[in-house]
Design a protein around this ligand. Structure first.
Ligand SMILES: Cc1cc2nc3c(=O)[nH]c(=O)nc-3n(C[C@H](O)[C@H](O)[C@H](O)COP(=O)(O)OP(=O)(O)OC[C@H]3O[C@@H](n4cnc5c(N)ncnc54)[C@H](O)[C@@H]3O)c2cc1C
Length: 473
């Protein structure tokens, strides 16, 4: 592979970032090989190399659009396979600071697929491309380079045998014109580069001490009243959160979470008690009519992590990095898959007419156009929790104060709520909330001396939520 006239790209890691990358590379390279240590083709359930597949992986509206751009018709395909859908602002019951925000349709398509279902469909579509193949059950050992280490020429891999402990094969070299690392958080590119004489990539981490516990249920009574999901979001005063969402297979997926060591327990009674302690009773009430389908499963996420490849002054040709291998966001904000999809579109933009992308230009675009906006947005929110360590600059404090106003206004005004969700869904940048008419709306609705808004809010909160679902004008 990679020899002769045929061009070859090798993608390290066959999870979502790797599949998205393979999809765009297939347009330009004669052969695209995806390497993963798991069996992945045909897999419909959670797998070892992707432990987050046991937990809710929500897809943001921008991610759905990017996915559709790469795989036309994929959204309809998922719906046809039993994935529930709705509008992220109109059909999700969001609670911020314990208060429901107004529900209003905002044109934000919500694909409530379980992570294994989403990955299965993306993988099927990717593997249907005639020039994409998979090397499954292969451990990736390191990079191959030219003698002067200035260009990556391939990878070293080792067949692992079958999952029941089959014999490990001999090390092999796969030659490639381009290698794309999509091996996730545990990516060894930083170590490999250092061993090749490059500087160690700078890393930024924020300690959040996040703990997830997830369980699936069959409901015997429907608590949703036409909605798709009930999401009490953690806030500094109410730091426990949950997502309780309909998903494929007629099941309901519950992910509960707490930060800085306040983690949900994994025993059944303990988990119910923890859910009872949430700021809103909706989920606990719904669990009175729910049969567990599996055991609660935990996941610990100690820190966010960003690898600053864009700051490197030396980097070999023939190598790119994408997905969680570059940036692991606090998963509560559901940005990773969307950023992985946007990362693939960035690779596509740099493929030009088959030339190997310039890594410096690629990393600069990935950082500036794709990662910076969601990273800054969610880092600001993380820092609103007093126990999270970090630099609270005047800019961060101003952004936190503004966000608080937006959240208050969103409990009273559906247009503000829809605009807020368009920002959170990465459809609009934060500047959309700053435009004069929207800013005026936010300030009018958020001000405590605005008695009209206060009274209106009380009237609306005494009415059942989910009633104002008219489209945004
Ligand atoms: C608990 C949790 C919840 C999350 N929730 C959300 C959410 O709600 N919404 C959202 O958008 N994102 C969420 N994310 C993030 C999302 O899962 C990732 O952004 C997404 O999977 C893309 O990751 P990736 O493909 O870069 O890496 P991964 O999904 O980590 O995949 C890495 C792949 O590389 C393979 N691999 C690694 N090392 C080797 C090796 N040496 N040899 C061979 N194969 C190897 C693994 O087997 C795996 O298949 C969540 C993450 C976590 C941890």
């Amino acid at each position: 592979m990679g020899d002769g006239a045929k061009t070859c790209a090798v993608v390290l890691g066959g999870s979502l970032a790797g599949l998205f990358a393979a999809r765009v590379l297939a347009d330009v390279y004669d052969e695209v090989l995806v390497v993963d240590r798991d069996v992945i083709t045909g897999v419909e359930g959670p797998r070892r190399g992707c432990p987050q597949s046991r937990h809710i992986n929500g897809l943001l509206a921008r991610g759905q659009l990017a996915m559709e751009e790469m795989y036309p018709g994929i959204t309809e395909e998922l719906f046809a396979d039993g994935v529930p859908t709705g509008d992220l602002a109109g059909n999700v019951r969001w609670y911020f600071n314990g208060k429901p925000i107004k529900q209003k349709h905002a044109g934000l398509v919500c694909v409530a697929a379980s992570r294994p279902k989403l990955e299965f469909h993306i993988r099927e579509r990717t593997s249907a491309l005639p020039n994409v193949t998979f090397a499954e059950r292969h451990d990736i050992l390191g990079l191959e380079t030219t003698v002067d280490n200035s260009r990556v020429t391939g990878v070293r891999v080792q067949p692992l045998g079958d999952e029941d402990g089959g014999a490990v094969g001999a090390e092999q070299v796969i030659n490639a014109d381009l290698v794309v690392d999509a091996t996730g958080r545990g990516s060894r590119t930083p170590i490999w580069l250092e061993a090749l004489g490059y500087p160690r990539v700078e890393e930024t981490r924020t300690k959040i001490g996040l703990g997830y516990v997830t369980q699936h249920y069959k409901l015997t009574a429907d608590p949703y009243d036409g909605d798709l999901s009930i999401n009490p979001v953690a806030s500094p005063d109410l730091p426990r959160g949950a997502i309780f969402t309909k998903t494929d297979g007629g099941r309901v997926e519950l992910t509960t979470y707490g930060i800085l060591g306040d983690h949900p327990p994994t025993d059944q009674e303990g988990l119910y008690e923890w859910v009872k302690s949430l700021a809103v009773p909706d989920i606990y009430d719904a669990l009175q009519h729910a049969e567990p389908l599996d055991e609660p499963v935990a996941f610990r996420f100690p820190t966010t992590l960003r690898r600053r490849y864009e700051k490197m002054t030396r980097f070999p040709d023939g190598l790119l990095v994408t997905g969680d291998a570059v940036c692991c966001f606090n998963p509560v904000y559901a940005q990773g898959m969307t950023v992985a999809a946007l990362g693939a579109l960035t690779i596509r933009d740099h493929l030009h007419t088959g030339a190997v992308p310039d890594p410096f230009q690629y990393f600069a675009d990935l950082a500036g156009k794709v990662i910076d906006p969601p990273w800054e947005m969610t880092h600001t929110v993380d820092l609103s929790f007093p126990g999270v360590e970090g630099d609270r600059t005047p800019q961060v404090k101003m952004a936190q104060a503004f966000l608080r106003l937006v959240q208050i206004a969103a409990t009273r005004d559906g247009t503000v709520a829809a605009a807020y969700m368009r920002g959170a869904g990465l459809i609009d940048g934060p500047e959309a909330l700053m435009r004069p008419p929207m800013l005026a709306r936010i300030l009018w609705n958020a001000m405590p001396w605005n008695k009209a808004a206060e009274a209106q809010s009380r009237r609306r909160q005494s009415a059942p939520v989910g009633k104002d679902k008219t489209p945004v004008s």
